[in-house]
Design a protein around this ligand. Sequence first.
Ligand SMILES: CC(C)(COP(=O)(O)OP(=O)(O)OC[C@H]1O[C@@H](n2cnc3c(N)ncnc32)[C@H](O)[C@@H]1OP(=O)(O)O)[C@@H](O)C(=O)NCCC(=O)NCCSC(=O)c1cc(O)c2ccccc2c1O
Length: 264
Amino acid sequence: MSYEDIRYEIDGPAAVIAIDRPERYNAFRGRTVEELIKAFRAAWADPQVQAVILTATGEKAFCTGGDVKQRAETGDYGPTESGMFEIGNLHKLIRDIPKPVIAAVNGIAVGGGHVLHVLCDVSIASETARFGQAGPKVGSFDAGFGTAYLARVVGEKKAREIWFWCRQYDATEAERMGLVNAVVPAAELRKTALEWAREVAEKSPTAIRFCKQSFNADTDHQAGLSNLAMSALDLFTASPEGLEGAIAFAEKRKPDFAQHVNWH
Ligand SMILES: CC(C)(COP(=O)(O)OP(=O)(O)OC[C@H]1O[C@@H](n2cnc3c(N)ncnc32)[C@H](O)[C@@H]1OP(=O)(O)O)[C@@H](O)C(=O)NCCC(=O)NCCSC(=O)c1cc(O)c2ccccc2c1O
């Protein structure tokens, strides 16, 4: 399978999936999401693969969510083979693949990119990583799992702070709030993620599968919430208020949301 926006390789018992758009801080467009889905499905089907590592190329960014420049240009996240923007299906796949998914967060994880690492089973961060949500700054919101599951991870108060204030948190703060499992020097990130993959690969795959499905069962109702949020997002990101956020980002200016205040 050939990929343009990601890299896929097998390293020992692990499939390493890396988002490869460093010039856009590894933001995803529709094609990126489609390729990630293909890669996760390939990893699911491959009996040699006992764990998946999700990471990205370069030292700056893990993933900065939706490609805001693309959205400012075309009003959407660009063309795909299927004709659909399947981010909701990618979220479900990361949860449903019956193998542990390890996020190796090599840089900034923001917006929809932050949601991706939150959905992974465990997250290992480089000391240089930064974390946060950005939707309300750019006229978007990656709700569903992005809000409800985050609240399960860090608690309601912290999740609301993260979403409403759109601040950034360094790796030490992320570890303190239970958002990541370990923090390592940048140069040791891939080695550490592979060590975790090798260690978990020695365990019973069937026990792991049942454990993962059992953890998921408790929050699977959030998939319905995610469907609803994605439908709402389709409408909101194409609205004048949504577009103002994306266009302001592309024009490197502060968005003017004041004209859209409407509490009725
Ligand atoms: C991530 C930053 C905080 C980094 O700031 P910093 O100052 O370190 O770096 P720069 O701002 O100079 O960025 C360097 C370079 O990268 C480009 N870039 C960064 N992020 C993106 C991006 N998301 N899309 C496109 N390009 C990006 C940036 O323009 C610079 O390029 P130059 O050519 O100018 O050098 C900061 O960059 C930042 O705040 N980025 C935006 C983060 C963001 O708003 N992300 C999108 C949130 S919305 C979202 O993720 C989303 C998710 C979904 O699942 C959806 C589902 C359905 C519909 C919509 C969805 C959706 O919108």
